[in-house]
Ligand binder design. Sequence first.
Ligand code: ACO
Length: 330
Amino acid sequence: MLSYHAKFSSFGSHAPKKILNNFDLEKIVDTTDEWIRTRTGMFERHIASESEAASDLAFQAATNCIESSNVKYKDIDQIIVATISGDHPFPSTACILQKKLGLKNIPAFDVSAGCTGFVYAIDIARQYVENGIAQNILVVGVEILTKITNWKDRNTCVLFGDGAGATIVSRAEASDISRIIDTKIDADGSQGEFLIQQAGGSRMPASHESVDKNLHTVFMEGNRIFKNAIKSMFASSDELLRRNNLSVSDVDWIIPHQANLRIIEGLAEKMKVSMSKVIVNIEKYGNTSSATIPLAADEAIRNKKIRRGDIILLTSFGAGLTWGSILARY
Ligand code: ACO
């Protein structure tokens, strides 16, 4: 079997125009700017308009990503979209995106792994490129969680924002310094009920009662998730470094999922790494689930923090429960 290396060709992102800050939230639920800042590190988040759906944000992020790469539209040979808030339960948001991009006769599918969706999608894309089946895979993490948020539940409604981030996973040339070094994904389905959208599937189809009881919105036992998040992201990152004979001092940038600044700081402390090496933009976007990592990566590349040749470690945790990490030379 042929074997190649995969690399990140480029990144792109997009967030809706409307911004909701903590003071706006004070008017909606019993909360304070001080609580949100100190407990989560968030200040504002972007909110999709009524007419915007996931594929609209995905299209903008994908276009930005493709235009900033050397890859032509016609050379994209697969689309993977990571999302838990797609346009419809079916067809997949990836197929809708394919139509918007005008790309015909290529595989397109969604991946559902909560906030770890982007990491899962990269793990899949990498296999297709490394075994020679594909050369350029468009991977998008997109979420409009604010449309499945219970705006009366202060435990969750202050946390989420909307956005999309995209990358192209391409075959690396022999002369390329850039490559995805390794990936690791994991799950523990026994804890799924702590972070769940209860209604709308075959277990509990939509009914007047399910709508009245707000069961189509995100339910989360935040403090149970919190405990697992640091432990799991540390474990998969540590294993990736060990099995590639690298130490944390070899890593130039860590891009963690942006769910809570305290989780990010806890992870940095456990990894014994300075926060100056950690990419954080949670104060501007909140938790955009599967979009946080590509959104943060795109910003950091555009701000010239992350440069070609840097070793980057991406790590995430989310519904499932799922978690995973990616080690790459950008
Ligand atoms: N404003 C004011 N008070 C609040 C708010 C709020 N918005 N939300 C909760 N509180 C109160 C609670 O009612 C509770 O009050 P009590 O002590 O009187 O009962 C108190 O604050 C503490 O509540 P906790 O839930 O224990 O707060 P915690 O410090 O754990 O922070 C948070 C909550 C931010 C949700 C945190 O647990 C967290 O970040 N969890 C992890 C989230 C995560 O990583 N999710 C995975 C990805 S999401 C995905 O996959 C879709």
